[in-house]
Design a protein around this ligand. Structure first.
Ligand SMILES: [Zn+2]
Ligand SMILES: [Zn+2]
Length: 323
């Protein structure tokens, strides 16, 4: 999300060429809205719908699980209709558009001044957006468990064909939108509603330094996330100890006699099936074996000696203590 936003910041800056500042009201209508703003409005709307739905769903989380599942498409449609009632219906703009200083204009009227969407356009808009989503989700369930030769399946095939046609048309429409910058969705084109600026857009002063820094940091963070699983902290520590012998050898040598044979050098527990790799340290068989499998060249984490042969160890010292 973060990256997308920063990338779209760049796109904004790229597209900003022709948009000059103007105080006139008609300039807000005549100034073309950037493609990226129109698409970002959809993203924001989708995020808001998701947020609403998850909040709504959480209200029912303590009730019987699966209670909402049979009515999920209807409930989602209801929430979207509510949203539509208080955004597109009353203000001719979705929430995402309002955030980006855009609203819908009735493009069928030839007037130069701003005309809000007509009543019919609003109703058709709801039908095409909410209704389409509902039909898509509901149609899966509608045709299950029906006999194969019934009329229902004919309807299903027709719906599938229509869906395919609509997808092709949307794709063509989107390509057209990329070229001309108007009507990103088929619904908008068919209904003749176009996104225009609510207020005349002001001069855009972009902090390029900030955007660059964001991109760099994001790239760096992704690189670290990729790198960390490949780094073995234990192996690094062993390497540091071998390079800087004074770092811990002293402490080691003091405790060597007292606790060494009694503790695994990896898990520091009483060694289960004690084994040695040739140095004076002891390992559980499972500890050393699993590390040897995970690492190509396993070395003792205490002294850095590389594993060549694994030998089992008879812990006579400790055993004699018990007798
Ligand atoms: Zn162990
Ligand atoms: Zn060792």
């Amino acid at each position: 999300m973060q990256k997308r936003v920063t990338v779209s910041l760049f796109l904004l800056a790229d597209e900003a060429g022709g948009a000059g500042p103007s105080a006139e009201d008609s300039s807000s209508v005549s100034t073309p809205v950037l493609r990226v703003s129109q698409l970002d409005a959809f993203e924001l709307d989708a995020a808001l719908e998701q947020l609403l739905w998850s909040q709504f769903y959480q209200c029912f989380q303590h009730l019987r699980p699966g209670l909402l599942t049979p009515f999920e498409p209807e409930l989602k449609a209801l929430l979207q209709l509510l949203l539509w009632r208080f955004t597109v219906y009353s203000k001719s703009a979705t929430v995402g558009q309002a955030l980006l200083n855009i609203r819908y204009k009735n493009d069928l009227s030839q007037a130069q001044r701003y005309r809000p969407m007509s009543h019919q356009q609003k109703l058709w808009f709801a039908l095409c957006t909410v209704g389409e989503k509902w039909l898509k989700e509901r149609s899966h369930g509608l045709f299950l468990n029906r006999p194969a030769d019934s009329h229902v399946h004919k309807v299903r095939r027709i719906l599938a064909a229509l869906g395919g046609l609509a997808k092709v048309a949307s794709l063509l429409n989107f390509l057209y939108f990329l070229q001309w910058g108007r009507f990103p969705t088929l619904t908008e084109r068919l209904l003749g509603v176009r996104a225009v600026f609510t207020r005349p857009p002001g001069p855009r002063d972009m902090g390029f330094q900030h955007a660059t820094r964001e991109l760099l940091w994001h790239g760096f963070a992704e690189f670290l996330i990729f790198l960390f699983p490949l780094v073995s902290i234990r192996r690094l520590r062993a390497a540091v100890h071998t390079l800087l012998p004074w770092a811990e050898i002293k402490g080691d040598s003091r405790s060597l006699g007292a606790c060494l044979p009694a503790a695994c050098a990896i898990c520091s527990e009483w060694p289960t099936m004690p084994h040695t790799i040739g140095c004076e340290h002891v390992f559980c068989y499972y500890c050393v074996k699993s590390h040897a499998i995970a690492e190509m060249c396993f070395s003792c984490p205490k002294c850095g000696l590389e594993l060549k042969a694994l030998e089992s160890l008879k812990m006579q010292i400790e055993m004699t203590e018990f007798h």
